[in-house]
Design a protein around this ligand. Structure first.
Ligand SMILES: C[C@H](O)[C@H](O)[C@H]1CNC2=NC(N)=NC(=O)C2=N1
Length: 81
C-alpha cells in the first residue's frame, strides 16, 4: 500500500536480488520518462524505497503521483510482487 506521509506517497519493494530490483528500476524509469514525472528513490541490494511528490506543485501529492504510483504497481506485479 502507498502511504501518504510528509506530502509524498511512499512505498518499499523487496525483490529476489539486486538484478531483479534493477530490472524494476529500469522499467519504472521508462514509465517516469513517458509521464515526465520522476520518483525519488533509493536502492540497496534487493530493496527499492520510493517517494513520490510533485516539485512543480510545491512538493505536494498530485494526480501525477497517483498515476506514477499506479504504473509502478503494475510493473511490480509483472515481477511477482
Ligand atoms: C521541466 C519538467 O517538466 C519538470 O521539472 C517535471 C519533471 N519531473 C517531475 N517529477 C516530479 N516528481 N515532480 C515534478 O514536479 C516534475 N516536474
Amino acid at each position: 500500500m502507498w502511504q501518504e506521509e510528509d506530502n509524498s506517497l511512499k512505498k518499499s519493494f523487496t525483490f529476489k536480488d539486486f538484478k531483479e530490483a534493477f530490472v524494476f528500476m529500469s522499467e519504472v524509469a521508462e514509465a517516469a520518462e513517458h509521464l515526465n514525472h520522476h520518483p525519488w528513490w533509493s536502492n540497496v541490494y534487493n530493496k527499492v524505497n520510493i517517494e513520490l511528490t510533485t516539485h512543480d506543485a510545491g512538493n505536494t501529492v498530485t494526480e501525477k503521483d497517483w498515476e506514477l504510483a499506479k504504473q509502478i504497481d503494475e510493473i511490480a506485479k509483472t515481477l511477482g510482487q
